[in-house]
Design a protein. Sequence first.
Length: 94
Amino acid sequence: VGPFGSDRCPTLNGKPKLFFLQACRGKRFDGGVEATDGTAVPPIDKAAGDARAKDQENLGSTDAQDDDQLVNKMLKMDLDVTDSFASSRSKVPS
């Protein structure tokens, strides 16, 4: 974090710093681990999962199929993170 401190980069003083790392292990394959006890997915309280406020009943479906369609549409947009940063940078006061 040192190179981004206020002494080296005064414009970042007092601003939160987020670092995103994407690492590749080359040709090595990570086989993961096998769950030996417990459930693979934590149990979900069905009553809490289906609860909706009366004024939100017509906001749309909560079906898994609809969720998948939304994710697929988002992935088709293929946005570049650097493009998003550059366009939002002009909106953020320095």
